[in-house]
Design a protein around this ligand. Structure first.
Ligand code: 0WE
Length: 256
């Protein structure tokens, strides 16, 4: 029997076919999970609809700006009405204003710091809180992080600080929600060529650097993030919560 048979999942963060959220959603669906999706902004609606319709036309596709409490409430109300419960949640959402990822961290504006933390870190807390009443049979929440949370990655800047907040939030959520059998974990992915990575100066060099320096001498594949996403929400990970799992071809273990 598929690992996620009868499970209901809600996926935040699909922008297009290259999205990490899409790779994990496909892997969840392949294991039998029934999914609902959210998208951010009208300009992504058609993309997401086209992708998601490959699962059948009855898959909910809901608009959600994760900085809006009323929109979050609306999404979980719809999921509750349609499915009556929730088992899996994927948070694959991040944003910092572009200029904050270009200059020096010391010049981060109050507003860029606020926006980066609101979209990329607080949203996990808000989504976990809204998901909890629907996760009546326990549940599993997965969020995406990056090494810049732990060590300085030049130009990652305020996103690194926001990812540190996301990882710490994962631990505090895991503590709060553990008694309800809701697990919360992060996947810290090596760099992947997504829409969010495009336009980042030096991203191609970063991929080459990982290829040269990581123990496995290559970059992580989206389907490998999908496989870890399945593992983390599967019975095999039933005792894993509050963790950040590196799926980066071993890059994170290196000193030099
Ligand atoms: O988390 C990320 C990127 C998230 C991201 C990307 C953008 C680009 C467009 C957040 N906000 C924005 N804002 C925009 O206006 N990654 C892990 C990918 C990434 O981003 C970097 C990296 C890597 C790796 C930025 C600088 C240096 C390395």
């Amino acid at each position: 029997m598929p690992l996620l048979d009868g499970k209901i999942g809600l996926v935040f963060g699909v922008a297009n076919k290259r999205s990490i959220a899409w790779a994990i959603a496909q892997a969840w669906a392949a294991e039998g999970a029934k999914l609902a999706f959210t998208y951010q902004g009208e300009r992504l609606k058609d993309n997401v609809t086209e992708l998601v319709n490959t699962f059948g036309a009855d898959t909910p596709i809901l608009s959600c700006d994760v900085t809006k409490d009323d929109e979050i409430a609306g999404v979980f109300k719809t999921v509750g009405e349609k499915f009556g419960k929730l088992d899996l949640l994927l948070h694959s959402v991040a944003f910092a204003p572009k200029d904050a990822l270009e200059g020096e961290f010391v010049n981060t504006s109050r507003e860029a710091f606020r926006v980066a933390h609101d979209v990329s870190a607080y949203s996990l807390v808000a989504l976990a809180r809204a998901a909890t009443p629907l996760m009546t049979g326990g549940g599993s929440i997965v969020a995406m992080s990056y090494y810049g949370a732990e060590k300085v990655v030049p130009h990652y800047n305020v996103m690194g600080v926001a990812k540190a907040a996301l990882e710490a939030s994962t631990r505090y959520l895991a503590y709060d929600l553990g008694p309800r059998k809701i697990r919360v974990n992060c996947i810290s992915a090596g760099p992947v060529n997504t829409l969010a990575a495009r336009g980042i100066a030096g991203f191609t060099e970063m991929l080459k650097h990982y290829e040269a320096k990581s123990p496995l001498k290559r970059n992580v594949l989206p389907e490998e993030l999908g496989a870890t996403g399945v593992f983390l929400v599967s019975p095999g990970a039933a005792a894993i919560t509050g963790q950040t799992i590196y799926v980066d071809c071993g890059y994170q273990i290196m000193g030099v």
